[in-house]
Design a protein around this ligand. Structure first.
Ligand code: NAP
Length: 282
């Protein structure tokens, strides 16, 4: 059992370990359909909980639908304290498409469907997956606020919002978390992170492991690689440790489809960089 002592409080009442798990990779290629080995995928989720993970991120768009169904299949009835966060606001008309749909009627139906698939009466953290440019934000988040008033959602999060959009969102509904792309190479969300730190929102970085080719050549990544090599840890572990050190608001959700990688990533919870390391990496 890996010790996971550091926690974060979401929305004033959900205390979770600061290293979560993103379930998106437990789907078929292109995040479409079921994973090729469903039993192995279930095992990853079970092992995550065994390792002390109690914050799991999914979305109705992953699969679509199959990811939420898999989470419920593997983990329901959920152990006390396990927080399942999901998202609505993106639809998948075909394998390659991720279309925004922030219409209130869609979000209401999407939330009801997520409740059924996850087999819960209330979703602990429901995140608007993205802004739909065709729908006023007030309409999308206004509907999510009504779903919360109706008891179907405990807390509201947003995803892929810049600082101005976050400020607008918070005038419509209480927002407790932001899920944006962020890692050692991509810090474009630093202004949003600063707001989260200041106001006690959780910042949930996606793509935490810097796996995408768009992060590959960025300078700080190389310095973090050197740090990892010098300490005999993997780059994935270093990337997670860098995020955990970067801010107490940070709640990384590294994704994997393999138990081996999951265990390796969980062990990074015990790693931190010194202030001098952080300055040297830049
Ligand atoms: N809000 C959004 O718009 C949005 C967008 C994307 C993702 N997300 C969320 O963020 C989570 C994480 O994002 P992500 O999956 O894109 O990025 P990520 O966690 O940075 O990277 C996942 C990739 O890294 C590999 N990996 C994991 N652990 C590894 C290790 N120890 N060594 C080597 N490779 C390793 C995985 O492959 P293996 O399966 O082979 O381990 C997978 O291909 C997702 O699960 C999802 O919940 C949100």
């Amino acid at each position: 059992m890996v010790a996971m002592p550091e926690t974060i409080l979401i929305g004033g009442d959900l205390r979770v370990n600061r290293l979560g798990y993103g379930a998106m990779r437990l789907a078929g290629a292109d995040i479409w359909g079921d994973p090729s080995d469903r039993d192995a995928a279930r095992r990853v989720l079970e092992r995550a909980v065994e390792l002390g993970v109690n914050f799991i991120d999914t979305a109705d768009a992953y699969g679509p639908e199959t990811n939420e169904l898999l989470v419920a299949d593997a983990l329901h009835p959920y152990p006390p304290g396990l927080v399942i966060a999901t998202k609505g606001g993106i639809v998948r008309p075909s394998r390659g498409r991720w279309d925004s749909d922030g219409r209130p009627e869609h979000l209401r139906a999407a939330c009801e469907a997520s409740l059924r698939r996850l087999r819960v009466e209330c979703i602990d953290l429901y995140q608007l997956h993205t802004i739909d440019p065709a729908v006023p934000l007030e309409d999308s988040l206004g509907e999510i606020a009504r779903l919360r008033q109706a008891g179907k959602i405990r807390h509201v999060g947003v995803s892929n919002f810049d600082a101005d959009e976050l400020a607008r969102a918070r005038r419509i509904v209480e927002v407790v978390s932001v899920q944006n792309r962020y890692n050692v190479s991509d810090r474009s969300s630093d202004p949003v992170l600063a707001v989260c730190e200041r106001d006690g929102l959780a910042f949930i970085p996606w793509s935490p492991l810097t796996q995408s080719p768009r992060d590959a050549d960025a300078g700080p990544r190389g310095k973090l690689e050197d740090w990892a090599t010098a300490r005999g840890v993997s780059f994935a572990q270093a990337a997670i440790a860098w995020l955990l050190t970067r801010s107490p608001a940070m709640l990384p959700i590294p994704g994997t489809s393999r138990v081996g990688h999951l265990e390796e990533n969980a062990a990074a919870d015990a790693l931190r960089l010194t202030a001098a390391d952080m300055r040297a990496i830049g």
